[in-house]
Ligand binder design. Structure first.
Ligand SMILES: [Zn+2]
Length: 347
């Protein structure tokens, strides 16, 4: 192999070598992607998850179609497959996985993959979705749980979209922006985080200003398996939210009684992760939290991160359509829509 490479290296010009590398990469990507999708048929309907379906003719290109007994719609092996339903070649998704694993800026990613800025953004949204579905659930253990605040961001063209409009007065730079809304203002989004001694973690949006016991309870129940212990800083809301678990409270001012340092460290890693995107829009924040969680979950693994992400892309399915992605508001935006609704009922 070495001989072949050195022989080629002598004769080829730089441009020819680049071309060769690009072609090899494309071939490898195709090979990996076809291996991921596999020759076996689907085990359940990709839309509704029903395991009962029957054969129903063929696609235009000869692929088998099935009819679902659950939702009465037909599907093929490509339905909702990230790579299979994309018009981009597998090699583009492979270079995208490389850029995303290194968390490169969107503009640089677009240039490397050879797509437009919009497409690079949309690919990122799709891959975040795949990451959320591919991250393994937390294993039981002792969880350090605490919330952190992320500044709400209404970036994008809300003002011009006509859908929602800008729901609050504009912040003027420096005066009534970040500085004025310090403290427990509703402009801050609460992100509740938890991590156990195995390194399994979660980060979820949980209200604005401060998290209520009810929403905290739902968030923790969704992530922390039964038979776990939970350690918190003793905030009132945790008493109700942790009633299903063994609960210990620590005093942040008295380190001798135990600490929640694991989650404090997680907060600082999360903040550093979000900082490189220069403000994540609140509508999309959960996607970025999912991305962070994925990166944390596979941090210590032996496999190369870029390779793993590409395999997950190849096997992964998406759920939210393009149209939905555009109109996505996310739970944290409900605060603003509710405010608008109140205003309109008064008028
Ligand atoms: Zn179905």
């Amino acid at each position: 192999m070495k001989d072949i490479v050195s022989q080629f290296a002598m004769q080829l010009t730089l441009a020819e070598k680049r071309e060769l590398v690009a072609e090899l990469k494309g071939a490898i990507a195709e090979e990996l992607a076809s291996r991921a999708s596999g020759p076996a048929g689907p085990s359940r309907c990709p839309r509704c998850g029903s395991p009962s379906f029957v054969r129903k003719g063929r696609d235009r290109d000869g692929g088998q179609r099935w009819l679902c007994r659950g939702c009465a719609r037909t599907f093929s092996a490509r339905t909702r497959g990230l790579l299979a339903s994309s018009k981009l070649p597998a090699s583009a998704w492979m270079s995208f996985a490389e850029c995303m694993a290194d968390a490169l800026p969107l503009r640089e990613t677009a240039a490397r993959v050879g797509v437009s800025l919009y497409t690079a953004w949309f690919m990122r949204m799709r891959v975040c979705e795949v990451m959320a579905l591919r991250t393994p659930d937390c294993r039981p253990g002792t969880f350090h749980v605490d919330g952190t605040l992320v500044m709400g961001s209404l970036k994008g063209n809300l003002g011009r979209s006509g859908l929602l409009g800008l729901p609050r007065p504009r912040h003027r730079n420096g005066r009534d922006g970040r500085r004025a809304s310090r403290g427990r203002s509703k402009e801050w989004v609460v992100v509740v985080c938890g991590v156990n001694e195995l390194g399994d973690c979660f980060c979820d949006i949980c209200g604005r200003g401060s998290a209520g016991a009810g929403e905290l309870s739902v968030a923790l129940a969704a992530r922390i398996p039964a038979a776990s212990a939970v350690v918190t800083d003793g905030h009132k809301s945790y008493g109700f939210a942790t009633r299903g678990y063994r609960h210990a409270e620590v005093d942040p001012r008295d380190p001798s009684a135990g600490d929640i340092n694991m989650v404090n460290a997680l907060h600082s890693r999360l903040k550093a992760f979000l900082r490189r995107f220069n403000g994540v829009s609140t509508r999309r924040l959960q996607r970025y939290l999912d991305w962070f969680r994925y990166a944390e979950a596979f941090k210590g693994g032996g496999m190369d991160g870029r390779e793993r992400l590409f395999m997950h892309e190849a096997e992964g399915r998406y759920w939210k359509t393009r149209r939905f992605t555009h109109f996505e508001f996310g739970d944290a935006m409900v605060y603003w829509t509710r405010q608008l609704a109140d205003v309109s009922t008064v008028v």
